[in-house]
Design a protein. Structure first.
Lengths: 255, 236
């Protein structure tokens, strides 16, 4: 039943790097449409590798990635990817950075402008189009990066520890803004993180991963009302969920 | 009045040099034009061919590793040693001198631009792969802009080297009796023991070199001032 609805599924995926490191072994996971799934695990558990494989960056050693039948192969290109650091082109303005995915698709600038403006508004960057990345704070740069991932209207948004390098205040604010966006747009999100608290705050489902070789060791649905707001952070339900997920994570890290 | 009574034929004073510069302007200026034209011609050729070769190198590691050694050989062989051969082989003096100056000037551009083209942020490359960008798009949208600061750094070195290459080649040609450029004027003045004129010509060469450097530094600054750390003022 669940399998049938999967937007994308990894089946028995192994990934061995050319230096012999086994990053993933027998990884099974399915992402359903509209979900906010976190991949949670210690560093080196292959969660970033899994995300990159979903994005089509890098080859599988074994196994398969199945996309839902209704997605044409061009729709699989409708992937937004956000890296741990903003990964912006330093020589280009904010506008041109966000315009990049549309530019690659051959959308003329004039036609793309309203979409770029809209993406900037969505992430709270309205009016900063002419600034250069180096003139922005870390949080603002990450907003540019998210706007770039959203501008082409992706089916699925892949985020690789996007807020790990930010201070807590900025991270909380971006968490809230991201949740709000997700609630209104309802894309599918796969979010890689090593923070229990972040994963519980954001996700509808958490996949806990263990290291060496990387695989999913536990699945925790986060059964609380969503979208969430800052009061959730101090609630008992939140603390309870964090305790459960921490326990699963501790088990995953047992040798 | 001369400090320490050093005679004019050893070290001429600045006033004598300026006087000579004004008096001999008629012969020195046309020679300066010749030298500057060779320098600029060589620098232009070095830029065009240097970038073209760097782009070729950036296409594959295999091409780079096969052909880079030849660029190195050209770079490390002293230009004084090969200039006589080139002057013999190439009938036209101006072309021969241009080739010599080009050989000296092109290496920093090739080497820096190749490095720049290969220094593109890997995650940005991944991102463009994800968007399904063509090789051409990756090249124009990412590789070229990220190579710009490296290229401009190479250009600044090559500007001075082009002038040195031109002058050295002129010296070699001049000692073979071929008249060309300011270096020939220096040789000629030396034979005639016209020391102030030697100095006047020398100052013209140095002045030209400084001017080239200043112009290229300004180009560098205005091209990069909005985004590159090297050109952006540090917040105090």
């Amino acid at each position: 039943m669940r399998e049938a609805q999967a937007l994308v599924a990894l089946r028995g995926v192994d990934k061995v790097y050319s230096n012999g490191v086994v990053a993933l072994q027998g990884l099974d996971l399915a992402i359903r449409e509209g979900e906010f799934v976190s991949l949670l695990g210690p560093s080196g558990c292959g969660k970033s590798t899994a995300l990159r494989l979903i994005a089509g960056l890098g080859d599988l050693t074994r196994g398969a990635i199945d996309w839902a039948d209704h997605l044409s192969s061009s729709a699989r290109r409708d992937i937004g990817f956000v890296f741990q650091d903003a990964t912006l082109m330093p020589w280009a303005t904010v506008f041109n950075n966000i315009y990049l995915p549309l530019r690659v698709r051959g959308t003329p600038r004039a036609e793309a402008a309203p979409r770029v403006e809209r993406a900037m508004e969505q992430v709270g960057l309205a009016g900063s189009g002419k600034a250069y990345p180096r003139e922005l704070s870390g949080g603002m740069r990450m907003r540019v990066s998210i706007a770039r991932a959203l501008v082409a209207g992706p089916k699925i948004l892949l985020m690789d520890e996007p807020f790990a390098a930010l201070d807590e205040i900025t991270r909380f604010r971006l968490n809230d803004d991201l949740l709000q966006l997700w609630a209104s747009q309802r894309w599918t999100v796969v979010f890689v993180t090593h923070s229990v608290f972040e994963s519980v705050y954001l996700s509808t489902r958490i996949l806990v991963m263990g290291a060496r070789p990387g695989r999913v060791t536990a699945e925790v649905p986060v059964a609380v009302r969503s979208p969430r707001d800052p009061t959730f952070r101090t609630s008992n339900a939140y603390a309870e969920q964090c305790r459960t997920v921490s326990a699963r994570l501790a088990e995953a890290m047992q040798p | 009045m001369r400090v320490g009574e050093v005679p004019v034929y050893i070290v001429p004073g600045p006033i004598v040099i300026v006087q000579t510069l004004v008096r001999d302007w008629g012969t020195l200026y046309p020679s300066l034009v010749v030298t500057v034209l060779i320098t600029l011609g060589a620098l232009t050729a070095a830029t065009v061919l240097g970038v073209a070769i760097a782009v070729l190198f950036a296409q594959s590691k295999w091409i780079e590793q096969s052909f880079f050694p030849y660029a190195v050989i050209l770079q490390v062989t002293p230009i004084v040693a090969i200039a006589p051969l080139i002057i013999i082989w190439v009938r036209d003096t101006a072309t021969a001198l241009l080739i010599c100056a080009w050989i000296v000037a092109f290496f920093p551009i090739v080497s820096n631009t190749t490095l720049g083209l290969n220094s593109t942020d890997h995650n940005l490359l991944n991102l463009l792969q994800l968007y399904g960008a063509s090789r051409r798009q990756v090249f124009w949208y990412l590789r070229m802009p990220s190579a710009a600061p490296y290229f401009l750094g190479g250009l600044r070195i090559s500007g001075g080297l082009a002038l040195i290459g031109a002058v050295v080649a002129e010296f070699v040609a001049g000692s073979g009796g071929i008249q060309s450029g300011l270096a020939y004027r220096i040789l000629e003045a030396g034979y005639q023991l016209q020391i102030p004129r030697m100095f006047a010509a020398l100052f013209m060469i140095t002045g030209t070199g400084i001017l080239i450097f200043v112009v290229l530094t300004l180009v560098n600054h205005f091209a990069l001032r909005r985004w590159h750390e090297s050109a952006v003022r540090r917040e105090g």
